[in-house]
Design a protein around this ligand. Sequence first.
Ligand code: 0O2
Length: 221
Amino acid sequence: ALLGDLTQLRTEFTRFMLQYRFGVDEVITKIGILREEFRLLHDYNPIEHVGSRLKSPESIIAKVARKGSDPSFEAIRESITDIAGVRLTCSFTSDVYRLFDMLTSQSDLTVIEVKDYIAHPKPNGYRSLHALVKVPVFLSDGAVQVTVELQFRTIAMDFWASLEHKIFYKYRREVPREVVDHLTEAAETANRLDSLMEDLHQRVHAGGIGVPGPDDHLVPT
Ligand code: 0O2
């Protein structure tokens, strides 16, 4: 009987994780459509990189233990909202909000929660726009609403977050004050870079800096 129980549990877990994988696939397809349409219609690609990940079983279990949630699939589905994650790295800050609007306004997506760490950065300087959404996945026995965590950021925000994450783990979460201060300063520098790039982007788009003519003096790059 134990073997039967284990086999059933394994099947249930596989189905559970599969739903999140399909949720990620649905979101990635949506992003792919926007990207292609942008390229064809606007001759411009606002998306630099798309990444996705499923939380490992170990991390799910650790989070369940941390939160003290009921270890049932239903309870985990409700309490652990970042099992499926999609990260969208955009060129400019305005693109971050543009893509966020385009995705979250799609009628089959339900927005559960939005955290704007760009308008309100974390104390350490972390900046990104987060949205928790539910996306329908149609399975052989009906539709399920799968929760996916979306993170929208610029290349500069991503650069900072990736390196901060590495340093954070190197110190096993006990980061010395001096390092924290340095990281916060680096976040401000990344933010300044984003502002400069956004400004340049707006000026180029507004036609302020035109395409050079044959007599224009060009600075070699
Ligand atoms: P990983 O490896 O990216 O999955 P919770 O998710 O419940 O722990 P909260 O506050 O509800 O926490 O979630 P929040 O703030 O919306 O964001 C969680 C995720 O955002 C993190 O997931 C990171 O991906 C990212 N994030 C948030 N704050 C920071 C930060 O200070 N530095 C970096 N580098 N990333 C951050 P995970 O599960 O921690 O990591």
